[in-house]
Design a protein. Structure first.
Length: 85
């Protein structure tokens, strides 16, 4: 019996029908079936096992909330304007 191979983030995202960036955000938050390779200052590469991802999705009883997006306001973009009434 051979062990199940790991797949890339692109393949795993395609399997779950989600965007790669969303899958990686879930992986950072502890999604089952996601494994980070590399530590310290080196860039982490994520690999996935499709069977574990499928099990995690089946066991999910509520939708996974999306992370909050932060908005950057560039200087000068908010101007006080005088209005004549």
């Amino acid at each position: 019996m051979t062990p199940e191979p790991f797949v890339s983030a692109e393949e795993a995202a395609r399997f779950l029908s989600v965007k790669r960036r969303y899958l990686l955000a879930l992986a950072r938050r502890g999604l089952a079936g996601a494994y980070a390779l590399g530590t310290g200052t080196m860039r982490k590469v994520w690999v996935f096992r499709l069977s574990e991802l499928a099990t995690a999705v089946e066991e999910q009883s509520h939708p996974i909330p999306k992370t909050q997006k932060w908005v950057t306001i560039r200087s000068g973009s908010l101007r006080a304007e005088k209005r004549s009434i």
